[in-house]
Design a binder for this molecule. Structure first.
Ligand SMILES: [Zn+2]
Length: 63
């Protein structure tokens, strides 16, 4: 069996994880994705995640 695993560094926890999602050039592991979704905006963690997510290089919109 030829199985390829992708070990990418998560942009949130900065650990190498096999599973996750890509947001532009940003990789978020499934655990962090879950944490972000289940964090309330009033929690301190939420600002931490927001700051991390701001590092995403969004593609330039051409108009
Ligand atoms: Zn992570």
């Amino acid at each position: 069996m030829n199985r390829t695993t992708f070990n990418e560094r998560c942009g949130i926890c900065e650990e190498r994880k096999e599973r996750g999602i890509h947001l532009y050039n940003f990789f978020i592991c499934t655990e962090c994705e879950y944490n972000i979704i289940h964090t309330e905006p009033r929690e301190e963690k939420y600002n931490y995640y927001l700051r991390k997510l701001k590092n995403i290089n969004q593609p330039t919109l051409y108009s």
